[in-house]
Write a protein that binds this ligand. Structure first.
Ligand SMILES: CC(C)(COP(=O)(O)OP(=O)(O)OC[C@H]1O[C@@H](n2cnc3c(N)ncnc32)[C@H](O)[C@@H]1OP(=O)(O)O)[C@@H](O)C(=O)NCCC(=O)NCCS
Length: 179
């Protein structure tokens, strides 16, 4: 990590077109989104979403989105932050940029008094989040659609949490859409 890096947190409505385009191009390195569609998507996200960007020499080197949600556990409502599209530039892997944005998300979660943050990931990324100070959730989570049906279930081994809360063996219902 050099002195050329910087971390920025943008509210949805403060994202500038140039930043949006750089984020879209970065995401496209990993997921096959058409650029125009991705730019439109990023411009139309809910206003409560926040975007954490690591800049290296003024270019977006890593990115994640943080989405506020409510979660119900045993009928108690918690304020949670869902992380999604966590990614860093393919040409700049293992330089610490990914960890910087996840750690920044951890600080934001504490500062803005979220009860906890969640991220769901494939097996191959669990160790990355553990190295960023996140924890295995030790519980399943799911969302319920408008018809009251469970929409998606993520199993505990692929759900990371920060800070760790002891919800062992319980199911977490995310209220609203997945993130
Ligand atoms: C996962 C990702 C964000 C990591 O970014 P990065 O900038 O390379 O990460 P960092 O350099 O900050 O790595 C921090 C630590 O995690 C380790 N690490 C990085 N990726 C890892 C992985 N997939 N599995 C295990 N450890 C990993 C690094 O070696 C480093 O460990 P160290 O401190 O012991 O050296 C990046 O590889 C990526 O964009 N992946 C594809 C996008 C994707 O699928 N994201 C979904 C994640 S849910």
């Amino acid at each position: 990590m050099t002195g050329d890096t910087d971390i920025c947190i943008y509210a949805q409505d403060d994202l500038e077109d140039e930043t949006i385009e750089q984020i879209a191009r970065l995401k496209r390195q990993w997921w096959h989104y058409p650029l125009d569609e991705q730019i439109k998507y990023l411009k139309n996200l809910p206003s409560e979403d926040q975007h954490i960007v690591c800049l290296n020499r003024h270019r977006v080197a890593a990115y994640l989105r943080l989405t506020p949600r409510s979660a119900k556990i045993n009928n108690i409502i918690f304020k949670i932050a869902g992380l999604s599209t966590v990614c860093s530039d393919k040409a700049q892997q293992k330089k610490g940029f990914g960890r910087r944005i996840v750690r920044e998300a951890s600080r934001l979660i504490e500062r803005e008094h979220f009860d906890f943050g969640l991220v769901q990931c494939d097996d191959g990324f669990v160790d990355f989040y553990l190295k960023c100070g996140w924890h295995r959730s030790k519980c399943d989570f799911y969302v319920v659609n408008d018809a009251g049906r469970r929409q998606a279930i993520f199993r505990e081994k692929n759900v990371l949490m920060y800070p760790l809360k002891d919800f062992r063996g319980k199911e977490i219902e995310i209220v609203g859409d997945s993130f």
